[in-house]
Structures are given as structure tokens and as C-alpha cells.
Ligand binder design. Structure first.
Ligand SMILES: NC(=O)c1ccc[n+]([C@@H]2O[C@H](COP(=O)([O-])OP(=O)(O)OC[C@H]3O[C@@H](n4cnc5c(N)ncnc54)[C@H](OP(=O)(O)O)[C@@H]3O)[C@@H](O)[C@H]2O)c1
Length: 122
């Protein structure tokens, strides 16, 4: 309800930084208890918001976005575990995100997509 007044009449997309580790179906390695749980909870919050927005602001598309591994302070301690070439710059991922947001249409659903636009299981 805090966001509702900010939405105009034009269709728009709201993207929130989630992560693949929040997927229960995709959890093959375990660990990361707090991070996984917080992203799974985020996705549930966004699902509730999508249902509410479909009623109250149907022009808004909601996206839970997985950016891949991005070269930031958060991921730096774990780069050794990531295959070479799989760490992306924030600028590149921002481009992917903008392109993806421009392609999405308001459909009353929450989408959980990675930086390539591929769906992630819940
Ligand atoms: N990096 C990755 O590989 C990766 C992968 C998947 C998902 N993500 C998600 O992408 C998002 C951004 O991650 P990142 O890699 O950019 O992390 P980061 O480099 O650690 O940046 C986190 C950002 O959040 C801000 N922040 C932290 N605590 C805050 C608070 N209590 N109130 C307000 N702002 C706060 C920080 O602000 P200050 O700079 O002012 O401290 C910083 O700008 C996160 O949700 C993360 O889970 C990242």
C-alpha cells in the first residue's frame, strides 16, 4: 500500500532483487540457511503483492529477478567457487535487467526470472 500511490496509469514493471538460492525446487546444495530463507520469504511477499496489485494496480508487472553472480562486495568472498567467466559486471546485469523489464507485460503474475529471462522454479 506504500507503493500504490507511486504507480501512475501507464503500465510499468517493478523488479526486486531476489536470487536463485531462494528457489526451494532448485535447492540442490543446501547451506546458506539464512540467505536462502530470506529470499524464499521475499518471493512469498512478492507473490502476495502481485495478487494485490492485480486487483488494485493492474498495470504493474512484478518481477523477482536473479542477477546471476555479480561482481560486488557481497559475492567477492565466493568468486573462487564460481566457474571462470561466470561473474558479471553490475553494468552488464543492469543492461540485462532493463531489457528484460522492457519486454515484460502486466499479467497480474509474479515472474521469477534470471538475467537471461529464463524462469526459475519456485
Ligand atoms: N552479487 C551477487 O552475485 C548477487 C546474486 C544474487 C542476488 N543478489 C542480490 O542483489 C542485491 C544486491 O546485492 P549486491 O551484490 O549489490 O550486494 P552489496 O554489494 O553488498 O550491496 C548491497 C547494497 O544494499 C545496501 N544496504 C545494505 N543494507 C542496507 C540497509 N539496511 N538499508 C539500506 N540499504 C542497505 C548497501 O548500501 P551501502 O553501500 O550504503 O552499505 C548496498 O548498496 C541483494 O539483494 C542480493 O541478495 C546479488
Amino acid at each position: 500500500s506504500q507503493l500504490l500511490p507511486l504507480f501512475g496509469r501507464e503500465p510499468c514493471t517493478l523488479a526486486v532483487l531476489s536470487a536463485r538460492v531462494g528457489s526451494i525446487g532448485d535447492n540442490r546444495a543446501g547451506g546458506w540457511y539464512g540467505y536462502r530463507a530470506s529470499k524464499a520469504a521475499l518471493n512469498m511477499l512478492l507473490k502476495c503483492a502481485a495478487i494485490e496489485l492485480a486487483r488494485r494496480a493492474p498495470g504493474v508487472k512484478l518481477l523477482a529477478f536473479h542477477p546471476g553472480t555479480v561482481d560486488t562486495q557481497l559475492s567477492r568472498p565466493f568468486h573462487a567457487n564460481v566457474p571462470p567467466g561466470n561473474v558479471q559486471s553490475p553494468e552488464l546485469v543492469a543492461d540485462h535487467l532493463i531489457n528484460l523489464m522492457n519486454r515484460l507485460q502486466p499479467d497480474g503474475e509474479l515472474s521469477f526470472l534470471d538475467w537471461q529471462g529464463k524462469p526459475i522454479e519456485w
